[in-house]
Design a protein around this ligand. Structure first.
Ligand code: BEZ
Length: 259
């Protein structure tokens, strides 16, 4: 997980920790919303390489990280040997003892169907336990997605919507997913977070290589350069300035409680 393609668990954990470290660095804000306390039992769902899990552990919480990617979990264990990490699927994990909170940053836009995730989290929480999550919301990476959509079409590749791996709900859609599971939604917001991409001129294509694997996989490697150029040409007026690309992230942040 971390930011994880829904149908695969192959991730480049080093690239994720390097060029794309902004993904977990932004998650520090969400830890303030979680407000973990010493002794609380907390699940970090889609823990990636474990950096946020470690920040939660630092307050004395008993935190456990799960991620669907073996590579991420291996790296998390290497980074933080004292913390418990395991490979697991957000849609069907089970734990013997209930958690006080489930936390998840920048992951749930990769996992469909969202109702399965909500059900597994509801089951994993104690009564009064909280669900604190942030991920891509409605309109997230809209300009990047438009550029990919157009390039796929121009190159005769499968239609974007047929292979789109991302789930970006509105507040209303996601609140209703949670309410169907009997969660009480206590807070929800949708906000823009334009995010500079490292790598200068290469920034957007690096992002597509890391997160757009499902699209690249349909295109012969000899045509990747053509694809990148089309994506860059379409996105440039909106997302490139002063020698730097930025990603037009829009986040949904939600807190819900199990009654
Ligand atoms: C996101 O964090 O919003 C995101 C990351 C990778 C691909 C799509 C969205």
């Amino acid at each position: 997980m971390s930011d994880q393609p829904s149908q695969t668990n192959s991730w480049d954990a080093q690239r994720y920790d390097g060029l794309h470290s902004f993904v977990w660095k932004h998650g520090a804000d969400l830890i303030e919303v979680l407000a973990p306390k010493a002794g609380e039992r907390i699940l970090d769902l889609g823990c990636g390489t474990g950096h946020l899990t470690a920040q939660i552990a630092a307050v004395g919480a008993d935190v456990h990280g799960i991620d669907r990617s073996d590579a991420m979990v291996d790296q998390a264990r290497g980074n933080y040997p004292a913390i418990s990490f395991a490979v697991g699927d957000a849609r069907e994990f089970q734990h013997a003892r209930p958690f006080d909170a489930v936390f998840s940053n920048a992951v749930l836009h990769w996992i469909k169907p969202p109702a399965d995730v909500a059900r597994a989290c509801f089951r994993a929480l104690r009564s009064g336990g909280r669900f604190v999550v942030e991920f891509g919301g409605a309109g997230n990476v809209g300009a990047i997605a438009d550029a990919i959509r157009d390039a796929m079409y121009a190159m005769g590749q499968p239609a974007f919507h047929e292979i789109n791996p991302w789930y970006y709900p509105t507040i209303g859609e996601y609140a209703s997913v949670l309410e169907k599971q009997k969660f009480g939604v206590t807070f929800a917001t949708l906000f823009d977070r334009p995010t500079p991409l490292e790598g200068g001129e290469e920034g957007l294509r690096n992002w597509v290589k890391m997160f757009g694997g499902v699209f690249l996989a349909t295109i012969a490697p000899a045509r990747h350069e053509e694809f990148f150029r089309m994506v860059e040409e379409k996105a440039r007026p909106l997302l490139f300035s002063n020698g730097q690309w930025s990603a037009d992230y829009r986040r949904i942040r939600v807190v819900a409680v199990k009654p």
